[in-house]
Ligand binder design. Structure first.
Ligand SMILES: [Zn+2]
Length: 268
């Protein structure tokens, strides 16, 4: 967890301090081709602020994924820098953590970003290992992904806000924070359900202020959207209560979670 970002967001999330066991979202830049490195390193601050939003609100307790001995967990996702299908064999994820691969590429047009939870294949000799795969130790009806991937349009005109608690004017630019929380919403489950977005223009509220939902399909250029009450309700209802695929009691298991990538468009 990024301490600075946690401080930045804490004013908005007054209840966050009561959750001692919140999840951690670890952004992985292995497949990034420069959008978040070098002179662009400070962009990670905005991404960390987006991650902190969910770290402070989601209290699921997730068991670790450990590929050891005869147990193998192979993570599948599309590389954020080129969209090419990737597999990382013998993947490991720490307890209470998600791994999100991030990067950017040229989507062209009005697409701002794309995100989704990852898939996997696995083989295991341990019953506990197999039971762990779909729910990460949670109830059978719960949703417990290892993480996923999200990509941003490298050709969009972006606004990177160094302090997301205040909103300045950024006419003509697209708010990176708004897109980041939207794509994280997909990683966390929006898109693995049948309805991947709220209907265009769906209204909810954030801190009592009316706002178009973050998980509708569009973002108006020059504007900020926060994750609304309705967006969080959606995570409760469809994201984190997706039924798990029953795990067969076989020595060998080959399974794959849904790999979904849903875009976010600009609204001029
Ligand atoms: Zn979307």
């Amino acid at each position: 967890m990024n301490k600075l970002s946690t401080c930045l967001i804490s004013g908005l999330m007054a209840l966050s301090s009561q959750y001692a066991n919140a999840i951690t979202i670890n952004f992985d830049y292995t497949f990034d081709s420069g959008f978040f490195s070098g002179a662009n390193l400070s962009r990670r601050t905005v991404l960390n602020a987006a991650g902190a939003l969910f770290e402070n609100r989601l209290t699921d307790q997730l068991t670790a994924i450990s590929s050891t001995g005869g147990n193998h967990f192979n993570a599948n996702f599309n590389s954020p820098s080129d969209g090419v299908f990737q597999t990382i064999n013998d993947f490991n994820v720490a307890a209470d953590s998600l791994v999100v691969f991030v990067g950017a590429r040229n989507f062209g047009g009005n697409i701002l970003g794309q995100g989704g939870n990852g898939g996997f294949t696995a083989s295991g000799t341990s019953q506990a290992f197999r039971d762990n795969l779909n729910t990460r130790g949670q109830a059978a009806s719960d949703f417990g992904p290892w993480g996923g991937a999200m990509a941003f349009n490298s050709t969009s005109s972006w606004y990177f806000d160094s302090d997301v608690n205040t909103v300045e004017s950024f006419n003509g630019q697209n708010d990176f924070y708004s897109v980041a929380i939207h794509e994280l919403g997909h990683v966390l489950g929006y898109g693995s359900a049948h309805a991947s977005h709220w209907a265009e223009g769906t209204m909810s509220s954030f801190n009592g202020v009316p706002q178009e939902a973050a998980m509708d399909p569009t973002l108006t250029i020059g504007s900020r959207k926060y994750f609304t009450d309705l967006d969080f309700q959606g995570l409760r209802d469809i994201g984190w209560q997706v039924s798990a695929v029953p795990v067969p009691a076989a020595v060998y298991l080959l399974a794959s979670a849904m790999l979904s990538l849903i875009g976010f468009r600009r609204k001029d």
